[in-house]
Design a protein around this ligand. Structure first.
Ligand SMILES: Cc1ncc(C[n+]2csc(CCOP(=O)(O)OP(=O)(O)O)c2C)c(N)n1
Ligand SMILES: [Mg+2]
Length: 318
């Protein structure tokens, strides 16, 4: 069993993601968000389980559904929220928005609007760790949709041949936009592809934060020990639409309800209480703290200035 402190940190991070996403969704509805957002609600256990196995210097590469990865790796809520609102105080000075948040100081190499666009970047980061012998690992998060992009094949093959310390985390949430997994794959599971690259693979319940954490810990130990990459398939479900405002006509009410009953936060909360790691009162206190942090981030973002037109041509390579 993990330490109490570690488990409570996991709970705190999962809640922070959930509450951040609810606020981001509200602000989007009020037209305060610049550009599109894809919410991570329902998948929190994947980002938190994986990032809890990482060291601060390790790298993560994220996707269009990236807020959770960023928060789990130590991204600051204020700068994230400000970036969604296109403010000068955001991580990218308001120029990137949701799908380009990066924070190199925390090892967050960036979200990606291109499906599969991060996979090769993660292999490059893993190569640098091997070359510099700095003991870091590089984690790439991507969806089931990215697995059928050519870059997945090239990047996994290269990572396996070079034996770089990369961890490929496929968040199989059963849909790529409106396309069900079953219509896009002739194999049973994403993890079946691992054998084709000669890398170990494992399939975990992506709504069980401790199961994800264990799988990531094993993959990290292998990567740091020179054993090369691992492919993890974390099976999960997005509770919201593909994007904010998606009517979700492609999935049944029954399916959505079945997955709602497997809510990763509700499950972890029950487990913490049942195994006497924390009382309901202690968890409620954490919930209040997280709510205050998220509200502070929203306030900070709303009160922040817009970028100045005078700065428009800064940071541009030409
Ligand atoms: C190369 C590319 N093709 C298509 C799109 C449009 N698009 C954005 S997200 C998405 C679905 C991605 O599904 P998945 O990888 O399973 O991630 P999920 O949205 O389920 O988290 C598509 C088709 C894109 N952004 N990039
Ligand atoms: Mg998907």
């Amino acid at each position: 069993m993990e330490s109490r402190e570690k488990m409570l940190r996991m709970y705190r991070h999962m809640l922070a993601i959930r509450q951040f996403e609810h606020k981001a969704g509200d602000l989007f509805t009020r037209d305060a968000v610049r550009g599109s957002i894809h919410l991570y609600i329902g998948q929190e256990a994947v980002a938190v389980g994986v990032c809890s196995a990482l060291e601060p210097g390790d790298y993560v590469v994220s996707t269009h559904r990236g807020h959770g990865h960023c928060i789990a790796k130590g991204g600051r809520l204020r700068e994230m929220m400000a970036e969604l609102l296109g403010k000068a105080t955001g991580y990218c000075k308001g120029r990137g928005g949701s799908m380009h948040i990066a924070d190199f100081g925390s090892g967050i190499l960036g979200a990606n609007g291109i499906v599969g666009g991060g996979i090769a970047i993660a292999v490059g980061a893993a190569f640098s760790a091997k070359y510099l012998k700095n003991g870091r690992v590089s984690v790439c998060f991507f969806g089931d949709g990215a697995v059928n992009q050519g870059i997945f094949h090239e990047a996994l093959n290269l990572a396996a041949v070079w034996k770089v310390p990369a961890i490929f985390v496929c968040e199989n949430n059963l849909y790529a936009l409106s396309t069900p997994f079953r219509d896009a794959f002739a194999i049973e599971h994403v993890v079946d592809r691992a054998a084709g690259y000669g890398v170990p693979g494992c399939r975990v319940d992506g709504n069980d934060v401790l199961a994800v954490y264990e799988a990531a810990r094993e993959a990290c130990a292998r990567a740091r020990g020179g054993g090369g990459p691992t492919l993890i398939e974390a099976v999960t479900y997005r509770m919201d639409g593909h994007f904010r405002g998606d009517p979700c006509l492609y999935r049944s009410k029954q399916e959505v309800e079945e997955w709602a009953a497997r809510d990763p936060i509700t499950r972890f909360r029950a487990k913490l209480i049942e195994s006497k790691v924390a009382s309901a009162e202690e968890l409620a206190a954490i919930e209040d703290e997280v709510r205050a942090e998220v509200e502070d981030a929203v306030r900070f973002a709303l009160e922040s200035p817009d970028p100045s037109p005078q700065d428009m041509l800064n940071d541009i390579y030409a």
